[in-house]
Design a protein around this ligand. Sequence first.
Ligand code: SF4
Ligand code: SF4
Length: 118
Amino acid sequence: MSGGVHHQESLAAAVGLLDKRALLEEEALCLNVRGRAEHCRRCANACHADALALSPDALDVDRERCTGCGGCVPACPAGALRLSGFSPVRFLAALGGETHKRQHSRQALENQWRGAMC
Ligand code: SF4
Ligand code: SF4
């Protein structure tokens, strides 16, 4: 395989990792569900896409609307929302065409990431 093709495939794999960010909700932690009353709307107020539906029974994310921006995550005082993962280590591994190799040196990759950011 030529170096150019290999580089393109690695780039595509790395970009694919960026696309996989998704909002993960842990409904049982939501203050409304725990208190059986809808008093908190902080996450919904922070959402630009109107993607969250709140009730005393559920915390529902409309996956069609949600862009995975993460804007609602810091708004939640209960830690019920988080964003699935962008990982600098996995991103760099994919960029280097190493998605199927075991990473022997996590520290080396993290140092590489810091170097790339400088
Ligand atoms: S991740 Fe962004 S779009 Fe999705 S629910 Fe949270 S604030 Fe809304
Ligand atoms: S901010 Fe957190 S606790 Fe409040 S409604 Fe949203 S998920 Fe529930």
